[in-house]
Design a protein around this ligand. Structure first.
Ligand code: S3P
Length: 449
């Protein structure tokens, strides 16, 4: 089991870009694999989660070639050979690793095929709720079995069936559930609709549009007709704002610092983190380079003394993955930060309410835990501690950031999981810890094939 050791730094002046967006990379692998030709994907995220989805699509017949790869990881630029909506039965059960997105989206895709398939994952994924997708998919006529020891959990056995369209009122605000139903809808007979209780990330809808698939959004209802063929196209994946969030918090909380994150995704369904840091006192500018498809731009942030804030209920789905690091920012801020209406955190890679509160307390922060979140009474000096990631990438990275502010050394145990979303995090952390300012020191080694 690997560890990261972190000590406090006194300044942060850096310019770099973070690896590709995880959500968009999964969708590029899946929809590219369904398309009617060759798709070149640039800045693909070579993290374990996305590589598992890429391999799953290969097992279903959509092969890929590597054009460039991140040394020691996998493709950052690749060519996917789309199968014109005709997938083949996989020869073995498909491994989704740690990825809820991979498993739920693939389950939607597999529900309407003419074969039986199985999806499995690691211990964390095997304890996460799958009823949220098996219920609507069963309503469409799919036959799904949950084979896990825990009721309603993976492994999943999917007996592909003829699907009928549904008009689904989604009880939880989940982009994974929405996307599973929409992908199944491509294979149903008629128009499938999903109504979400509040706005969730819209990468599937944008990726459908890039592949010229008709998909309508009216208020919170998204509809997709069946019988369509995705037109192959090239995709440029923006940097992942959820990965950038770690450094944005580090810079925001360090008075006098300056950070420029380049070529990052600025999709408005993902940028609530910027609003929150702004309310906490960080000074920020966003410069949009391109707004077709997925918006991409730069974020420049200057640190300032932070103050507490309240996360709005409608912001929660937009920044759900950033909450562990927002909680760290809150501990560093003066005053109280209220994070409520966030029960979904309990069914992420870990129960992120428990793992965030436990580790913040170890570092000396004053936190109250609630069933649906936490209140952080900020402003106490953090002290170095022995932190457990519990195998959760975002917990490991959030507490590495806390370590940059703590008195004494912070040791984070179990950091291999970081590779599920941010290959190269340790390299970037090393450059930040050594207070490097040369952009070249942040470059990750890419090999052209
Ligand atoms: C994701 C959606 C979110 C998020 C996850 C990625 C996606 O999950 O937490 O990391 O790519 O659709 P839910 O929408 O299920 O909350």
């Amino acid at each position: 089991m690997s560890t990261l050791r972190v000590k406090a730094i006194s300044s942060l002046h850096a310019e770099f870009s973070v690896p590709g967006d995880k959500s968009i990379s999964h969708r590029a692998a899946i929809i590219g694999g369904l398309s009617n030709g060759v798709c070149e994907v640039s800045n693909f995220l070579p993290s374990e989660d996305c590589l598992n989805t890429l391999k799953a699509m290969r097992a279903l017949g959509a092969n890929f070639e590597i054009i460039e790869e991140l040394e020691g990881y996998g493709p950052t630029k690749l060519r996917i050979h789309g199968q014109s909506m005709k997938l083949k039965a996989p020869e073995a059960p498909i491994d989704c690793g740690n990825s809820g997105t991979g498993m739920r989206l693939l389950a939607g895709l597999l529900a309407g095929q003419e074969f039986t398939s199985e999806l499995f994952g690691d211990a964390s994924l095997s304890s996460r709720p799958m009823g949220r997708i098996t219920v609507p998919l069963a309503e469409m006529g799919a036959k799904l079995e949950t084979l896990g020891d825990k009721p309603g959990c993976a492994p999943l056995r999917i007996h592909g069936s003829k699907l009928k369209p549904i008009d689904y009122d989604m009880p939880v605000a989940s982009a994974q559930v929405k996307s599973a139903v929409l992908l199944a809808g491509l294979f149903a007979e008629g128009t499938t609709s999903v109504t979400q209780p509040s706005v969730t990330r819209d990468h599937t809808e944008r990726m459908f549009a890039a592949f010229q698939l008709s998909c309508r959004t009216e208020n919170n209802k998204i509809s997709v007709p069946s019988g369509q063929m995705p037109e192959s196209c090239d995709i440029i994946v923006p940097g992942d704002i959820s990965s950038a969030a770690f450094w944005l918090v580090a810079a925001a909380a360090m008075d006098g610092s300056r950070l420029l994150v380049k070529d990052v995704g600025l999709n408005p369904t993902r940028t609530a983190i910027l609003k929150v840091l702004g309310r906490m006192g960080a000074k920020m500018t966003e410069i949009l380079h391109s707004s077709t498809g997925e918006p991409i731009g730069n974020i420049e942030i200057h640190g300032a003394p932070l103050k507490g804030t309240t996360l709005l209920p409608e912001e929660i789905p937009n920044l759900i993955d950033e909450i562990p690091v927002i909680a760290v920012a809150a501990a560093l801020a003066e005053g109280d930060t209220h994070i409520r209406n966030a029960r979904e955190l309990r069914v992420k890679e870990t129960d992120r309410i428990t793992t965030t509160v436990e580790n913040l307390r170890k570092m000396g922060a004053d936190v109250e835990e609630f069933e649906d979140g936490m209140i952080i009474h900020g402003g106490k000096r953090l002290k170095g501690a022995n932190i457990e990631s519990h195998g959760d990438h975002r917990i490991a990275m959030a507490f590495a950031i806390a370590g940059l502010f703590a008195k004494g050394e912070t040791v984070i145990n179990g950091t291999d999981c970081i590779n599920t979303s941010y290959p190269g995090f340790a390299h970037h952390l090393d450059a930040i810890r050594h207070e490097r300012t040369n952009p070249e020191d942040f470059n990750l080694p890419v090999i052209t094939k």
